[in-house]
Design a protein around this ligand. Structure first.
Ligand code: FHN
Length: 455
């Protein structure tokens, strides 16, 4: 009887499992490249988070302040590996709140989050079985940050993505060879190669990437960095790209997985074919549109990692206009936050996120899913376009109440995006299309005029 009962229970569970349809998660049903990229292309705006043991240091060592990004403290402040290890051992961000972080990103209008799972310092923010140099074994915090953030993203409908540094200053086989006198420029010297790097690639790096792609649900993007070291080869890059796609077929991977870039350029510019789904201009916006997928990543001040001394904050107005400029050229904007060692976003960052959220809430129709402008950028601002509509993003509102559009624009109906009931009068001339607009700009930063196009 017992056997029959067990068989019956087994059969019942099997039927239930089939009926409950443990459907393939989106990460296992293989999409076409365009289908796979669609959510990313529509998203336009994401949050970059640079967070690690360097966030305790803040770029300062005694009276010395590190130049550039504070996430480079280990190098710029001349810590030996042994000296630096004390920082992960005291990393205890008791104010970290993944739900609050994700809500701030979502309220700002951001659709995905890319967090540094491991930056060049080598300290891992997840429970890695490959090393003890991680949040669970080395730090007093003993909470899996990647897990908490991935869960918060899933709960709030934000795509979870992670950054992973190929160069690892804590690992003896992956320090870019010239550590502690580390110098990127020297790493273009192909003769400087660590013979043990392939071992790190096979037995450390790939297993870690696999952990991150196996234990935390769907991953939107894997954002590699540190590709410049001469130890890392294009063969490894292509192998790693395929490795990722085998684990999660629909994950998107940036171009820094391979070696198509020259130095710190964002787009691939070397001859030949390289792995990676999008280019990564950094701290810059390309002058004109690029006919392939790209994402400009940028800091709000001058540093990726938390650095209290750095007060070179971009204004909210500048950041909103950068978002519009990037989208008008067909790109995505990955805007960085550098939380402090307690797990707090800097107040200056929160203020800018709030301002960007207010603007995107009112004008997001002209951003999300929009395509690059079909015209040269006008003097007064930018164009984006979507589904037969042209959006004129006006930075400099016309003082005479007449907005001048490109002469080829065929207007069916013109309104202010934020006042759809009041149709605007337009007049097409041989040189331009004139639109009668209110004397006062509807938005103090960027006002959007919606032009439904005639066929
Ligand atoms: O060296 C890193 C730097 O710290 C930061 O992570 C940026 C972000 O894209 N990437 C490298 C510099 O290009």
């Amino acid at each position: 009887m017992k056997t029959i009962k067990n068989i019956a229970i087994f059969a019942l569970v099997a039927v239930m499992s089939a009926n409950l349809g443990f459907a393939q998660s989106s990460s296992t049903k293989k999409l076409s490249d365009d289908e796979r990229m669609q959510w990313w292309r529509d998203s336009k705006f994401g949050m970059f988070i640079h967070w690690g043991a360097y966030s305790i240091i803040g770029g300062e060592r005694g009276s010395k302040i590190a130049g550039g990004g504070a996430e480079w403290a280990m190098d710029k402040l001349d810590y030996t590996v042994e000296e630096y290890e004390k920082f992960p051992a005291m990393f205890n961000p008791v104010m970290f709140d993944a739900d609050a972080w994700v809500k701030m990103a979502k309220d700002a209008g951001m659709k995905y989050i890319v967090i540094t799972s491991k930056h060049h310092e080598g300290f891992c923010l997840w429970d890695s079985k490959v090393t003890d140099y991680d949040i669970m074994d080395t730090s007093p915090f003993k909470r899996d940050i990647i897990k908490e953030l991935a869960e918060a993203c899933k709960k709030q409908g934000i795509k979870f993505c992670f950054y992973y540094s190929i160069v690892d200053w804590h690992h003896p086989h992956a320090q870019g060879n010239l550590y502690p006198n580390y110098n990127i420029a020297q790493h273009d010297d192909p003769s400087v190669v660590n013979p043990k790097f392939p071992k790190y690639f096979k037995n450390y790096m790939k297993p870690q990437v696999k952990e991150l792609l196996t234990n935390y649900g769907d991953v939107g993007v894997v954002w590699f960095d540190g590709d410049w070291i001469s130890d890392y080869t294009t063969e490894m890059g292509k192998e790693l790209y395929d490795f990722i796609r085998d684990i999660q077929p629909n994950t998107i991977v940036n171009n820094r997985v391979d070696k198509g870039r020259t130095g710190m350029d964002g787009m691939n510019n070397k001859p030949g074919k390289f792995a990676g789904d999008f280019g990564t201009p950094e701290q810059e916006i390309p002058d004109t549109g690029i006919d392939s997928d790209w994402e400009a990543c940028m800091t709000m001040n001058g540093t990726w990692g938390y650095k209290p001394d750095d007060n070179k904050w971009k204004s909210s107005e500048d950041l909103i206009q950068k978002l519009v400029d990037i989208v008008s050229k067909g790109g995505n904007f990955l805007l960085n936050i550098g939380p402090d060692g307690y797990g707090r976003f800097p107040a200056q960052s929160i203020r800018r996120l709030n301002a960007m959220g207010q603007w995107t809430k009112a004008n997001g129709e002209a951003i999300y899913g929009a395509k690059a402008s079909p015209y040269e950028k006008p003097k007064w601002g930018r164009y984006t376009t979507k589904d037969g509509v042209l959006y004129a993003h006006v930075f400099n509102w016309p003082k005479d109440g007449v907005l001048k559009l490109h002469k080829d624009v065929k207007v069916k109906k013109a309104t202010l995006l934020t006042n759809p009931d009041a149709e605007l009068t337009t007049l097409a001339t041989s040189r331009e299309v004139l639109v009668d607009v209110p004397m006062l700009a509807p938005d103090s930063i960027v006002s959007v005029v919606k032009i439904e196009l005639a066929n």
